[in-house]
Design a protein around this ligand. Sequence first.
Ligand SMILES: Nc1ncnc2c1ncn2[C@@H]1O[C@H](COP(=O)(O)OP(=O)(O)O)[C@@H](O)[C@H]1O
Ligand SMILES: Nc1ccn([C@@H]2O[C@H](COP(=O)(O)OP(=O)(O)O)[C@@H](O)[C@H]2O)c(=O)n1
Length: 336
Amino acid sequence: MKVRGVRGAITVEENTAAAVKDATRELLSRMMELNDIAVEDICFILFSATADIDAAYPASAAREMGLDMVPLLDVGQMAVQNGLRMCIRILMVFNTEKDHRDIKHVYLRGARVLRPDLIYSVAIDGPAGAGKSTVARIIADKLNLTYVDTGAMYRAITLKALEKGASRTAEIINIAEESSIEIKKGRIYLDGRDVTEEIRKPSVDQKVSKVACIPQVRQRLVKLQRKMAENYGVVMDGRDIGTTVLPDAKYKFYLTADIKVRAKRRYDEMLKKGIKTDLKKVEEELAERDRQDRERECSPLTVAEDAVIIDTTDKTPEEVVEEILSHIKRREKNVL
Ligand SMILES: Nc1ncnc2c1ncn2[C@@H]1O[C@H](COP(=O)(O)OP(=O)(O)O)[C@@H](O)[C@H]1O
Ligand SMILES: Nc1ccn([C@@H]2O[C@H](COP(=O)(O)OP(=O)(O)O)[C@@H](O)[C@H]2O)c(=O)n1
């Protein structure tokens, strides 16, 4: 095992013990979760706070989280003219097998401005089967960003509506408003239940675009999606990311491919999962879903003005990833 360090920072809105402890807990949990750090792997943790924070020691929140066997030290942050105010910084040193390039440093809330080179958003939109999720996952991994599959969120609401036999718009809106949806380590949780596989069922495929047409459902999910991108650097894929969810995303891509090729990809995927189907039927369903996604009134599938369009018809996923990374590398110096 090697000894490595991970950095993090977060801002607080007010100088109260509750705000300091809340922020410290949020930051520490996120640093440990993203880097697979167990308590027994931590060597020590240093905390600093700017001079405008004196309501509580950040380390006291760590102790309350069960890190009382870990050496902890609070120090005052050096004051620099016009430096970020109300900020808590953390340096955690721990044992790991990871390469230092794979360490995910975490900058939350107002502290994002400290490392714009690490924390930015990539939006990937396009129709079904264009290859969005395949490449988004790889890109997120290579850039140390968090992958957010927004289609999975619409699918989760659709799954719950099917399970509850809810078909009226008002009932579906209610489900969207009362449900908890979380994405952790590439898996999607609906009210705490892992539904990653279930949301890919053909019955969900058939209904999801209808659910996604309901403006109130979109409002609720877009709010959650923006919150995720506010807190972490993300690669987010969907239909309206570059146009509506993250219109200020630093990078925007629109993937497309011939409908016959997209249908064949989806058909092969289903065969692999042991789902017997008919290629023509898959193509018809895909075309119908595209139609509903393009024609709906609320945030339809369109190309953002500033998106780079990539036709993946004759490209392998590796070629698409290379093309996307070549655009990003022009502006980001840390990308290999
Ligand atoms: N460029 C590509 N060439 C060939 N197959 C691909 C390509 N991109 C994705 N695939 C395959 O096509 C299927 C659909 O891709 P996916 O990434 O799920 O598309 P989307 O997220 O746009 O719906 C997957 O089985 C994936 O392995
Ligand atoms: N940002 C998004 C993402 C998905 N969706 C809807 O959710 C459906 C499923 O999205 P998905 O990305 O899982 O679909 P696939 O392309 O993977 O089949 C889409 O057909 C859209 O109707 C949306 O409206 N807006």
